[in-house]
Design a protein around this ligand. Sequence first.
Ligand code: BDR
Ligand code: CA
Length: 323
Amino acid sequence: MTAMSRPVLLDCDPGHDDAIAIMLAAADPGIDLRLVTTVAGNVTLENTTRNALRVLDMVDRPDIPVAAGCDRPRVRALSTAASMHGDSGLAGPELAEPSRSALDAPAIEVIEQFLIDADEPLTLVATGALTNMADVVERLPHLRDRIDQLVIMGGAVDLGNWTPAAEFNIWVDPHAADVVFRAARVPGTGRPDDGIALTMIGLEVTHRAWLADEHADALRGTGRAGRWVAELLDHFVGFHQDRFGWEGGPIHDAVTIAHLIDPTLVTTLPMNVRIETESPLCIGRTVADRWQVTGLPANAAVGLDIDRDRFVTLLMDRLSSLA
Ligand code: BDR
Ligand code: CA
């Protein structure tokens, strides 16, 4: 952390790539990670919360509190991605018991207090389903001017990954995503009263942000945390090689933090984005008006591309620096 570092609250569902996002945030001097909140998604809330605590143990950051949020989506039943992340959510390395517990208060109350107490507007990052963020929108409208921006990993302009139409995080809780996108504005435009400045980092970007076996091997010798990430990657990269025939595994969630560290990495375009909440075939789709055919105003900056080489260099540098 430096005098100029950006204060960040990270809402997540670890998850391999969430874990790496937390580690990147903890390792980068430009990010002041103040709070981690958890949501049900990749696995149950109990497990995502335990995993967030484990990751913070691994980077030796007992000072960063963890608060558990919503244990299920707003309307739909919880569907997890244990097939990808394992039943624990962090298949691969041996998992120690967390050294501490989450805070007693629910995430929304803790987020509220952090927003009230902060000396400057806070940046929110969400790398899981948007259930907690929908609560922020609906329950904390009076604190909008305390939120600098919201960066999410979720959605896709083109193909989905969990269904042909939908990306996993949005598909898990489309009703929450709908609340968030309806309350959003393009960063750099309007004022807090007009909505929360929203950047959507979707699959067009994150499918290019992959690490492969060689990266796991390079990290394996760098220290305790590096070895742990290598073992996470052994599982996660292997899953994507077997399931999709890809060379590597996309580290989706880490791109949100990388975007904050270096805003020149991801190319974005303002678009109108609406969320499909009803169609059985397309539920969870981020209907992004790439070609401005609807005439509806843009409500988010949507990522379209990433400088992969520089992303990988940044990520490997920060992960290697962890003890
Ligand atoms: C997203 O789904 C989850 O499995 C990952 O953690 C990531 O946030 C990618 O679609
Ligand atoms: Ca995630």
